[in-house]
Design a protein around this ligand. Structure first.
Ligand SMILES: O=C(CO)[C@H](O)[C@H](O)COP(=O)(O)O
Length: 228
């Protein structure tokens, strides 16, 4: 078990305000957040309801007794906690290692406060240097999008399911994990280009969405950084 993920997830749960509507991210760090959140609901009577960003998170939240709500009943979210695969000094991120990028970005876009939980190993100088960029693609368009990404200088690889075979997101789409040799030079320009590519549903670049980051070390030390 990663002590850093445990420490970051638990600290974020301690920051959750009472009587709030929450975005519930996805991933192993968020799992620790959910467990601590459930403890607070039980022990302190914390009143919250959450919008899950994946079927996995929905299942875990239900098991833990965290009240859930749908986007049809919610306009804005008070507070979201999510993980990241990389984050840079400007709080720009790569997300989608768990395949939940689309729902995560929708939830981040309506969150008043987006708090990111990571181990220090996720903090990078340049995005794309330690993690390939996930791009969610309509299956029909896979070859077209892959060729377009190659023209942009990326090396796309279709994600496979854990046991082999076809990988599909919760939305029924495929994922291309795209390697950029030397990292991503201009994340803003790349996000715009990908968004304008027919067949691309969403990409894992999360720019200007994080408000704070909870960074933990393996010894359990936690630092909370606010975006200036
Ligand atoms: O973006 C994500 C899922 O789509 C996750 O937040 C990201 O992959 C980090 O996961 P973990 O906390 O397991 O390292």
């Amino acid at each position: 078990m990663s002590q850093a993920k445990l420490a970051a997830g638990r600290r974020a749960a301690d920051l959750v305000p009472d009587r709030s509507t929450l975005g519930l991210g996805t991933g192993s760090t968020v799992r620790f957040f959910l467990e601590r959140l459930a403890e607070r609901i039980r022990d302190e009577g914390l009143e919250v309801r959450g919008v899950p960003t994946s079927i996995d998170t929905e299942t875990v939240a239900r098991e833990l007794g965290i009240p859930l709500v749908g986007l049809d009943e919610v306009d804005l979210l008070d507070f979201t906690v999510d993980g990241a695969d990389e984050i840079d000094a400007e709080y720009r991120m790569i997300k989608g290692g768990g395949g939940a990028l689309l729902r995560e970005k929708v939830v981040a876009s309506i969150s008043r406060r987006e708090v990111i939980v990571v181990g220090r190993d996720k903090v990078v100088e340049r995005l794309g240097t330690t993690f390939d960029l996930p791009v969610e693609v309509v299956p029909f368009a896979l070859p077209v999008v892959a060729r377009q990404i190659a023209r942009l200088g990326g090396e796309p690889r279709e994600r496979q399911a854990a046991g082999g075979g076809e990988y599909r997101t919760d939305n029924g789409n495929a994922v291309l994990d795209v390697h950029f040799e030397g990292g991503i030079e201009d994340p803003e320009a790349l996000e715009l280009t990908l968004a304008a590519t027919p067949g691309v549903v969403e990409c894992g670049l999360f720019l200007g969405l994080a408000d704070a980051v909870v960074i933990a070390d393996d010894d359990g030390t936690v630092e909370v950084r606010e975006k200036g």
